[in-house]
Design a binder for this molecule. Structure first.
Ligand code: MOS
Length: 689
């Protein structure tokens, strides 16, 4: 019954299998899931950044028509977690402005919102700090994803002392917010000790395990369902306070479904963000632009409530050859909301600083910035000494330069005016680790003449529904139309997070393994209903190799001579992302990452009001992101060379690499155009006046 097909499904561009349902509004998101007589919970937020709740008056709120319950730290069900971000309404402490300090459950959102506004919370305010004090920094035990905090190879100080050329500059990236279109939302129902939640999440199994831990129940008693997600960018990698609040309210109302949907303003307070980061980069080099030393020292803001250490210096540890290298990261604990993953945590800010500094080196040496990068290409991973599984950086630089027309640029800094504009081009490298996560399983069941394939993966809107069906089709040797894929439920076999650009590699490996096991077991004699559940094999690549994706970002900017306005006229990214499963969705993801990188370069800046202790532009009217009018000519392409060492598909992740290097390419182009080097993002027009 198994009919191999050619050509393979991988490499073709079928439209999204979920596209029509989404376009027609028929795809139920977490807040749309049909449940009987849902109640709605609305949070009351602290208006001071630090203190102790002295009294809560719920009288007026309770009297609002439709109110079912007012939750405070005094009457909320107790939870079990040691995670301080998730210990919602468990004590009288206030740790940041916007923290949930009470909540109202009502029969309508309107009633809940009105009643929430009537809850009176008295807080005895205490002194707070939202500004980094250089004398109060500390070293975390490790960085996100387990990277060491500090590294030291050779003798960087000596390399700097004897170098022909030294670059010693400090770069700052802004506090930025993921702001997915679909806000965080949860619909929760408890039946006895069984919890079912519809959650907008990047990981149903991760959300299940977290909620089980918070409520002290067996993970098997928690079901998380999430067929569709309207964007996450890391903010939905882990459940945040809203999900816990929703399940907490439902816990107090057994058998009732309770909904929580974060407001856009709450998305700036309780769902994570990328913290503000300062990096001192020091490069030691010969006159020929050959690096002898690389130093990166990072200072990153975090929350006093819960630590998050973005792995900022890790890209500088592996990107270029140099015998002497030292990196460090320190944190400043502030009375601010808890930061979390945001698209390419670490690499996005890290590559802005490193790739800006490399451009400064190229100019100091009078060399082409593409050439300087090629000259410093390492043969092995400088951080570990391991060979790379594959490393297409030089090819990306060369092919990308040709495609972009890099070499017909005017190499002078501060080019002649073209009308009112000065025109500049910049380049930067991109990189992101090629992760494949542990603990992935998939089920294959023959449904004659097709197959049911199940795995608890999440599609953030990136195309996982489609790409996984293509992988399954090839693995089973059938047309993709014969694959009935099911994802997004903890009732499916265990899957890892749609994060770290690891989803397709991790889930795809499990699907290929399950298909192989099915064919081994049943051969051509399968009968309808025959099924196999298989675990992906352990990922041993990291034992012997360094695994990364690469890219080269090219930007042409026009900077207005009179107003300082920056227009990104052209952006081209050329990537080494292994074998591309679906060119249509891959291009979309890469371009999306590049737009987010442009946004990081020119637009996004959550401003901290030091007097009030909060982000003052906590909405999408005053927190700027690009519109279509800002995105002009933007293209992404790739080498198309599979990396067979990584996984059975030969693919590398594509979700995050597009945002890496982009901001540096734009900043470098701005320097070429104007002679003004902007080292603090975002690049606003006043920098050029
Ligand atoms: Mo991505 S920030 O690892 O979801």
């Amino acid at each position: 019954m198994i009919e191999p097909v050619t050509p393979s499904a991988i490499g073709r561009s079928p439209a999204r299998v979920d596209g029509l349902a989404k376009a027609m509004g028929l795809a139920p998101y977490a807040d749309d899931q049909p449940v009987p007589e849902p109640l709605h919970v609305v949070a009351v937020e602290s208006t001071v950044p630090r203190g102790r709740i002295s009294a809560v008056d719920t009288t007026a709120a309770s009297a609002v028509d439709g109110v079912v319950l007012v939750l405070t730290h005094e009457n909320a069900p107790r939870t079990a977690t040691a995670d301080r971000e998730l210990a919602v309404l468990q004590d009288d402490r206030v740790h940041f402005r916007g923290q949930v300090v009470a909540a109202v459950v009502a029969t309508t959102v309107e009633a809940a919102r009105a009643a929430a506004g009537a809850v009176v919370v008295d807080v005895a305010a205490e002194p707070f700090s939202v500004v980094v004090d250089p004398d109060e920094l500390y070293a975390p035990d490790a960085l996100n994803a387990g990277y060491p905090t500090d590294t030291d190879q050779g003798d960087l100080d000596r390399a700097l002392a004897v170098a022909d050329v030294v670059v010693d500059r400090t770069y700052t990236t802004a506090r930025t917010y993921n702001s997915p279109m679909e806000p965080h939302a949860t619909t929760a129902t408890w039946t006895g000790d069984d919890l079912h939640v519809y959650e907008s999440t990047q990981s149903v199994h991760g959300a299940r395990d977290t909620l089980a831990e918070v409520f002290g129940v067996d993970p098997e008693r928690v079901r998380v369902t999430c067929p569709f997600v309207g964007g996450g960018f890391g903010a939905k990698g882990l459940p945040h306070a809203g999900a816990v609040l929703c399940a907490l309210a439902a816990r107090a109302l057994p058998g009732r479904a309770v909904r929580f949907a974060a407001t856009r303003r709450q998305m700036f307070r309780i769902t994570g963000y990328r913290p503000r980061i300062t990096q001192r980069v020091r490069l030691a080099a010969t006159v020929d632009g050959v690096l002898t030393g690389i130093g990166v020292d990072v200072v990153q803001e975090t929350a006093r409530l819960k630590e998050f250490a973005e792995q900022v210096p890790v890209a500088a540890r592996m990107m270029y050859a140099a015998p002497h290298r030292r990196t460090s990261q320190r944190l400043a604990a502030l009375d601010v909301p808890v930061p979390s993953w945001m698209r390419a945590p670490g690499e996005a800010p890290g590559m802005f600083a490193l790739e800006s500094a490399i451009d400064e080196l190229a100019h100091a040496c009078g060399l082409d910035p593409v050439d300087v990068r090629v000259r410093n290409e390492p043969l092995r991973d400088p951080a570990t000494g391991k060979p790379f599984t594959s490393r297409g950086l030089v090819d990306c630089l060369h092919e990308g330069a040709d495609r972009f027309g890099w070499y017909d640029r005017d190499p002078r800094v501060r080019t002649p005016r073209r009308g009112p504009w000065r025109v500049g081009r910049g380049v930067a490298a991109a990189t992101y680790p090629a992760y494949r996560n542990a603990a992935n399983s998939a089920l294959v069941r023959f449904t004659d003449p097709g197959y049911r394939v199940e795995i608890g993966a999440a599609d953030l809107g990136t195309g996982a529904w489609t790409a996984l069906a293509q992988i399954a089709a090839d693995a089973l040797g059938v047309d993709v139309a014969r694959v009935d894929l099911a994802i997004g439920d903890t009732r499916h076999p265990r899957a890892s997070v749609a994060g770290g650009s690891s989803g397709t590699a991790s889930w795809g490996t499990a699907i290929v393994e399950a298909a192989r096991a099915f064919r081994d077991k049943f051969g051509a004699g399968a009968a309808a209903g025959d099924e196999v559940l298989a675990d992906a094999p352990r990922n041993a690549v990291g034992d012997t190799h360094a695994a990364h994706a690469y890219g080269a970002q090219f930007a042409e900017v026009h900077v207005h001579e009179d107003t300082g306005e920056v227009r990104v006229a052209r952006l081209h990214g050329h990537f080494d992302v292994g074998r591309v499963i679906n060119p249509r969705t891959a291009r979309s993801q890469l371009i999306g990452g590049m737009v987010m990188g442009m946004s990081m370069a020119l637009h996004e800046d959550a401003t901290m009001d030091a007097a009030l202790g909060h982000t003052s532009n906590a909405d999408l009217a005053s927190y700027h992101v690009p519109t279509h009018a800002d995105v002009l000519d933007i293209t992404a392409d790739w080498l198309g060379v599979p990396d067979p060492l990584l996984n059975p598909m030969g693919s590398k992740g594509i979700g995050e690499i597009g945002i890496t290097g982009t901001a540096a390419a734009i900043a470098n182009a701005c320097f070429a155009a104007t002679g003004v080097r902007v080292r603090e993002l975002p690049i606003t027009l006043d920098r050029f006046l």
